[in-house]
Design a protein around this ligand. Structure first.
Ligand code: AMP
Length: 118
């Protein structure tokens, strides 16, 4: 998997385009999705150059993977999604409908989201 340095999340990480940030630490950035599909919809991305969940799981360091999921738990809690629940989606490749080739989780909540796949 070749990482495209010009993908839009790479540009956000370099500060070339803005984002509505909800969390940042050494390894992780989270920001609101520009086209929200629920009252709460944000994206969590690693700062490292990983194309997909498969790439991240296979090639990221233990430190990056731990930081990522610790951040997910913290952000979900900070965003007030603990009690009512939320949905996490990771799109990968053509069949997954992935538009941006930098690994990211969508986290959605704020209403009942219905069935997982229409
Ligand atoms: P995916 O199909 O999983 O690759 O989804 C990519 C997501 O990135 C979509 O939900 C877009 O709305 C979102 N997106 C694209 N550009 C931006 C941006 N500049 N800021 C925030 N979200 C974005």
């Amino acid at each position: 998997m070749i990482y495209d340095n010009d993908n839009i999340f790479a540009k956000i990480l370099r500060g070339e385009i803005p984002c509505d940030k909800v969390f940042e630490d050494d390894h992780v950035l989270a920001f609101k999705d520009i086209n929200a599909q629920a009252p709460v919809h944000f994206l969590v991305i690693p700062k490292g150059n990983y194309v997909s969940q498969e790439d991240f799981g296979a090639n990221a360091s233990d430190e990056e993977i731990t930081a990522f999921y610790r951040a997910v738990a913290k952000i979900v809690s900070e965003q007030g999604l603990d009690a009512a629940g939320s949905r996490t989606i990771s799109n990968s490749g053509v069949h997954g409908g992935q538009e941006v080739p930098h690994y990211h989780l969508h986290i959605l909540g704020g209403r009942e989201l219905g069935r997982m796949v229409e």
